[in-house]
Write a new protein. Sequence first.
Length: 221
Amino acid sequence: MRFVMVPGGWQGGWVFDEVAKELRSAGHEVEAVTLAGLEADGPADPQRVPNLDDHIDQVAELIESSDDTPIALCGHSYAGMVIAGVADRLGDRLEHLVVIDSYVPEDGDSCWSLTSDPFREMFIAGSRTDGRWVTVPEGLDPRARPHPLPSFVQSVRLRGTTNPSYQRTYISGGVWPGSPFLELTERLRNDPDWKVHEIAVGHNIARHDPLSLAAVLKTLA
């Protein structure tokens, strides 16, 4: 199986390094994406601030250019918005959709509309300098980069494809301060279209318990 892994806000594909190592050791392919604007050396054009559509296009192009190996598309946190847009467009190319302590939007939702007040306050405070880039919150890896504000506030456009053929898995980080995902997790537990796992280490599962996350992902294959 090929795992395409999309990180959450401020982070790059490096956040999945240990998870990818485990999956590759089990014979799987892994592509960990660094979204536009989050590159290690900074955005190629700082004057052009990527939005949600740009990130969806980026991941969709990656999948469209791949071979017919079964794909598990995984997204953490903000990336739940991204992978929802990709799955809506290219659901026939996916074997699994894996949402990792993240948003599961409907048409017209945004990260801003779905998140909690502490995150909205973080977005506002972090973008006060220029109104375009949200500064890195305290406690993240030194490799984290400012995140493009438009991607947090733009609404996702979903056509609402009925009866998708891919399987859907939600991996919860459990209860943590300010989590916007607790009600969603309980709702999905009662939804027959979803399988829910819990790795109760907080929001950044790939960072805090990569081995457990890799173990759950291996079961999907």
